[in-house]
Design a protein around this ligand. Structure first.
Ligand code: SAM
Ligand code: SF4
Length: 364
């Protein structure tokens, strides 16, 4: 068997694997093989999250075990060139937004170089980053200079001890310094803060975070806790819904004023305060699932494409990228994978099964 035969086999296997065990087994329509990326439910896919590493320097209780996870060997992780090639192909058929994530994306060496490579890809309208912020004092400026324009910083507490309790790292001051470093980079706007909402922890600082949003101009959003934690501590009772957090804020500040967004796939319910100062948002994947409008796919650090956070099936794009598959063949594999995107996540339903991966291994 020649090398090429081996590569063809990889490509054929990847395409065949796609049809096994999905919500349904239809093959893409001729239109879906030509036009913009679309799934079998008619959802137009515009957004790709790329995990650049599985490693992290925090150990957030809702994500990672205290001792960390077994990190992937370096050779298993996609190179910047492989990520850029796949992004170029994806952008040529309709991916418009890319978000870099992880693990902690800023622990990947030379991340600004990847930002610069991706910025140059035609068709990409937005390139953003989700980070725990601890390396921003050093990296905010290089990222801005490389062309990053949007950022989400995860921050669950404004109190040093509570922050350390949740992240298992005494690093609040560094994250706040990172946010100040972003203020000196006006091309990265808005600055968004994400907090995971967990009953029994989050309530205590909801009002403080609302004040923080009003004082700083950062957009503060709460995201409902999802069953994606490595320690499997998630229980339905631990979810603090966006609705409950909104009530706490309204109890202090009076009725919030909805902000309507032109973007139909926007996951956050956005609000401002009666005086128009400050913005807060609620991402409610559990209490108000938005699967019907989901326009996302995710690429793990080792190049597995997931069409849902809770997917049980992945497509091995690393094998394709490291084979002699042409761009056209990779495009076809992408269309096929997207076509089979899951209908919904089923959290709270008896059909729900946890995925083998936790959030940091997927790329949140
Ligand atoms: N390390 C970076 C960070 O924390 O921002 C990027 C990766 S992290 C996995 C991406 C996002 O997922 C973060 O905003 C984090 O708060 C969120 N996240 C992690 N575990 C979660 C869970 N079980 N439920 C909901 N959100 C979660
Ligand atoms: Fe690391 Fe982000 Fe997971 Fe926290 S949420 S452990 S910062 S990957």
């Amino acid at each position: 068997m020649t090398d090429t035969d081996g590569n063809r086999k990889v490509i054929r296997r990847a395409l065949r694997d796609l049809s096994a065990g999905r919500d349904h087994h239809d093959t893409p329509t001729p239109e879906a093989l030509k036009g913009p990326l679309v799934d079998s439910y008619g959802r137009r896919i515009r957004n790709m999250r790329i995990s650049v590493t599985d490693k992290c320097n925090f150990r957030c209780v809702y994500c990672m075990p205290a001792e960390g996870l077994a990190w992937l060997p370096r050779a298993d992780i996609l190179t910047f060139e492989e990520m850029a090639r796949l992004t170029r192909i994806a952008a040529s058929i309709g991916i418009e937004q890319v978000r870099l994530t992880g693990g902690e994306p800023l622990v990947r060496r030379d991340l600004p170089a990847l930002v610069q490579m991706l910025r140059a890809i035609p068709g990409l309208k937005s390139l953003s980053l989700t980070t725990n912020g601890v390396a921003l004092p050093k990296l905010a400026r290089p990222l801005a200079e490389a062309g990053l324009t949007r950022i989400n910083v995860s921050l669950d507490s404004l109190e040093r001890e509570r922050f350390a309790q949740l992240t298992r790292r005494d690093a609040l001051e560094q994250v706040l310094a990172g946010l100040r470093a972003l203020e000196d980079c006006p091309t990265i706007r808005p600055i968004k803060i994400n907090a995971v909402a967990m009953r029994g922890f989050t309530e205590a600082e909801v009002v403080d975070f609302a004040r923080f949003a009003r004082r700083t101009g950062y957009v503060v959003r709460w995201i409902e806790f999802m069953p994606l934690d490595a320690d499997q501590i998630w229980r339905k009772e631990d979810i603090l819904t966006g609705g409950e957090i909104r009530s706490i804020i309204e109890g202090e500040f009076g009725p919030l004023v909805p902000i309507t967004s032109a973007d139909k796939s926007e996951t956050a319910r956005r609000y401002t305060f009666a005086d128009g100062v400050g913005e807060v948002g609620f991402i409610n994947p559990v209490s108000e699932p938005f699967c019907g409008q989901c326009d996302r796919i995710r690429l793990t650090a080792e190049g597995q494409l997931r069409t849902c956070l809770f997917a049980h099936i992945e497509t091995d794009f690393r094998a394709l990228l490291r084979s002699d598959a042409s761009d056209a063949e990779i495009e076809l594999a992408l269309r096929q994978a997207v076509w089979h995107k899951e209908l919904k996540h089923y959290i709270g339903d008896k059909r729900f099964h946890r995925t083998a991966r936790s959030m940091s291994m997927i790329g949140g």
